[in-house]
Design a protein around this ligand. Structure first.
Ligand code: BGC
Length: 812
């Protein structure tokens, strides 16, 4: 397949520049840092919401539509000869120039047509509940230009789920108010809602529309709305049906002249007793205040500069210079950026996640934490407490919770037996980064029940115990509904397509289904827990857990090893899964990753053999597949995993999330060349260079899944942006490849590199210290010979923490 390129990196600006709007799939970006968020594609498609993509959806979006990516914040320019949009869509009029620059929390889209340039900067200012759209119109021709400009947003009636289904009600409830240049959306405000949205422009308007059918025309599309095509707004006032917001502005530009218009899409919540300023009239004070803060070019430019500063500061915390731009740009910019986005959105809203299905995952959020804890530790702290509050007294937990309510999600419930271990993983990462042990004394409830509070440390303890108390016949952890692989449903036994694989347990009484993935995870997090207990002086507890860890290691060696690799699981009946004895799916990646990270049986050569087997059976051109050979038929005893066609998703897709597990295993074994070659295969900047057309999805971030070697189109990516891959890629490269590991007492330096690695320098802020660390690999893959801190050689390879600036030289 020919590799057409649709864009390129601009590292100086920290942007990805898209130069052709017809990308193989919409390439999106995220706006917002806290509370108010937007998704925006390279043609300005997407939507906004406040905190929760399901319950507070502000604008409407149509997933899985024809044409693709329908609905967004659109501008239409009618210049008398042509009608066009700066982002190409929705008009799709061929442009003389098009460019979309996705940056850190902003997107700038520029289009030119018939001598006029329209450039729109989209961003959400810090601490602001509004999206700014700064439109700059420039007359680049020699003649006077008279333009008819229309803006366009379509309101969602708040609940994104019912908005798409409850039309018998929806088509009668829509309400708006118009005041000057601001259109207010106040559906349901008269009753139980105390929030409204608005769309404002800082200029006098010559007309407006708020009723979609009047503006578009019932049988038209966004690409030929009646009002725009005729160059005449209707001044419509929505009563029910589908309310929208469109401003109409006549703009005259002299040759060379440029004009800014600031559009603002905002959200407001009012106190119950301050909802109205007159009967039926909403209280607009807060909207006025936000508008006042952002109603001039100067104010908006200042807010934008603050956002850029904020990102400078975040990205300054860890910065590497290796001389390899493809590595540096991922480590310094895009990987860290993606981690922040996954922190904010978990798995809720992307162009593959509709925002109505999934809230925050217990397991997902703990993993995401390792990707952003160095950037915003206070919010990591808050997140840990929120997550732990959804745990049950026996250590089990809700698999997901809703961000708006922070309550466990009853629809999905619990029973995913790996979940509890992740709380240790997340909490330890937080303490090692910050040195803040006080979090362990926080009083945290179970299932959010007041009165049930115990310390966070107690939550960690019951988490470990949950595994110990749920062992199967081989003394390996019982899997429950599933472990990390949500699709390995060993107690499901479903022939009914209306049943959910993940929540159905048709047969779980007496189940012998055990997981080697949880076994490895338990050993890794168990060792972390033991180290923490020792640090806290809780030696008896440390001893107790060490015994449990040792027992688990013994169980894996005895019943979890297949000869060349670790087994994956035992099924309900106690039969092997992921064994050479199996007909299909003889080997799985998850247990290889976790058991090699746990270094189980390293002394007996098990780790080396398992890593070699990954190379032999799982690796392909685009990364390592999840299992091999792929399932070719549905297996009633295994559940969803075997429901996928060969090479996709959990059935032998390259599930990028778990490749780093094996890569970390490689680094612990000191195999730097292998670690690097696996890493580079799924590193977006390497994929970008070779496979833009094939890969399809955004080339600047990782996606959850790339079609595997058994797929119809190997190398095709799906489910971009919101994936644990981001955090795992970050952990792998920052701590295990480049080798800077936060520890309780300092920074441990332990890189594992390809032989070809050159000298590199890392700037690392760590608590109140700032380290400049230069590593001299000298052709070695692993092993630090000497660490010199501020001119003095230290014992070992952990730089003891001390506030202030330090220069470190490391010789391998
Ligand atoms: C989920 C994870 C899960 C993974 C593998 C992802 O979509 O967010 O929680 O571990 O799939 O099934």
């Amino acid at each position: 397949m020919e590799n057409k390129r649709y864009g390129h990196f601009d590292d100086q600006q920290r942007e990805y520049v898209i130069t052709d709007p017809r990308t193989p799939w919409p390439w999106i970006n995220y706006l917002g840092n806290e509370d108010f968020f937007s998704l925006i594609s390279n043609t300005a498609g997407g939507y906004s919401f406040y905190k929760d993509a399901k319950f507070r959806r502000i604008t409407r979006y149509r997933y899985n539509n024809v044409p693709m990516d329908n609905g967004g914040r659109y501008f239409y320019i009618n210049d008398g000869q042509a009608v066009w949009s700066p982002g190409w869509k929705p008009m799709k009029t061929p442009l003389d120039f098009y460019e979309c620059r996705h940056g850190m929390g902003y997107t700038r889209i520029t289009g030119r047509k018939n001598g006029v340039e329209a450039s729109v900067l989209f961003f959400v200012p810090l601490k602001t509940w509004a999206e700014v759209q700064k439109l700059t119109l420039t007359n680049q021709s020699q003649e006077v230009k008279t333009l008819k400009l229309f803006s366009f947003e379509e309101w969602c009636l708040w609940n994104a789920a019912t908005d798409m289904e409850n039309f018998q009600r929806n088509f009668s409830t829509g309400e708006v108010e118009i005041e000057g240049s601001t259109i207010y959306h106040k559906t349901e405000y008269r009753e139980r809602r105390n929030h409204y949205a608005y769309y404002h422009v800082n200029a006098e308007i010559q007309g407006f529309d708020t009723d979609r059918e009047t503006f578009v025309g019932l049988y038209n599309e966004f690409s030929n709305p009646d009002a725009v095509m005729e160059g005449r707004p209707r001044n419509s006032h929505a009563h029910g049906w589908s309310p929208i917001a469109s401003h109409y502005i006549e703009v005259t530009l002299q040759p060379g002249e440029s004009k800014d218009l600031i559009f603002l899409l905002g959200y407001v919540e009012n106190e119950q007793d301050k909802k109205f300023s007159a009967p039926q009239v909403i209280n607009k004070d807060k909207a006025h205040a936000t508008i006042e803060k952002l109603n001039t070019t100067e104010k908006v430019d200042m807010a934008f500069a603050q956002l850029c500063d904020y990102w400078d500061r975040l990205l300054d915390i860890y910065h590497v210079s290796t001389g390899n731009p493809k590595l540096d740009r991922m480590v310094n910019i895009w990987n860290q950026y993606q981690c922040m986005v996954t922190f904010n959105f978990s798995r809720s809203a992307s162009f593959f996640e509709s925002g109505v299905g999934r809230g925050m995952g217990f397991r997902d959020s703990n993993q995401d934490l390792v990707g952003f804890v160095h950037q915003i530790p206070p919010r990591a702290r808050e997140r840990i407490i929120d997550i732990a509050s959804t745990q049950f007294p026996d250590g089990g937990c809700y698999h997901q919770y809703q961000p708006l309510t922070k309550r466990g999600n009853n629809d999905i419930g619990g029973g995913f037996n790996d979940d509890p271990c992740w709380l240790i993983f997340g909490t330890v990462a937080y303490i090692k980064e910050t040195g803040d042990f006080s979090i362990l004394d926080e009083m945290v409830p179970f299932d959010n029940q007041p009165g049930s509070e115990v310390t966070l440390f107690e939550h960690l303890k019951v988490s470990m115990d949950h595994v110990i108390n749920n062992l199967g016949p081989h003394l390996l952890p019982l899997i429950g509904r599933a472990d990390w692989n949500d699709c390995l449903n060993l107690n499901c036994f479903s022939w009914d397509p209306n049943e959910s694989f993940q929540t159905t347990e048709n047969k779980s009484e007496g189940s012998k289904a055990e997981s080697l993935m949880i076994a490895g995870l338990f050993v890794v997090t168990g060792k972390q827990y033991v180290e923490l207990c020792r640090k806290l002086g809780k030696d008896a507890e440390a001893d107790r857990m060490q015994q449990a860890v040792d027992a688990m290691i013994a169980a894996v060696k005895k019943d979890g090893w297949d000869g060349e690799w670790y087994l994956r699981a035992y099924d309900y009946f106690g039969r092997k899964i992921g064994s050479n004895e199996c007909e299909e799916a003889k080997i799985f990646i998850e247990s290889q990753g976790w058991c090699t990270m746990a270094e189980i049986g390293a002394e007996d050569g098990m780790v080396g053999k398992a890593l070699d087997s990954c190379k032999k059976y799982l690796e392909c051109e685009h990364g390592m597949v999840l299992n091999n050979p792929a399932f070719t038929k549905y297996i009633y005893e295994y559940g969803e995993i075997s429901s996928y066609p060969e090479g996709y998703k959990e059935n032998a897709g390259i599930f990028c999330h778990n490749n780093p597990w094996v890569i970390i295993g490689e680094t612990l074994a000191g195999r730097g060349n292998d670690a690097w070659s696996h890493y580079a295969k799924i590193l977006p900047s390497y994929v970008e260079e070779k496979y833009q057309t094939l890969h399809k999805v955004e080339p600047y971030v990782n996606c959850q899944m790339v079609a595997g070697k058994d797929a119809f189109r190997p190398g095709e990516g799906k489910n971009s942006w919101l994936t644990g891959t981001a955090a795992w890629m970050w952990l792998t490269v920052s701590q295990y490849i480049l080798g800077i590991k936060p520890q309780y007492d300092g920074l441990q330096i332990d890189p594992c590199l390809p032989e070809t690695a050159k000298d590199y320098t890392i700037q690392r802020r760590f608590r109140d210290a700032e380290y400049t660390i230069t590593i001299h690999p000298n052709g070695s893959q692993k092993g630090v010979k000497q660490v010199v801190v501020d001119g003095k050689a230290i014992e070992g390879n952990t730089i003891p923490y001390a506030a202030g600036k330090h220069i470190v030289e490391v010789t391998m």
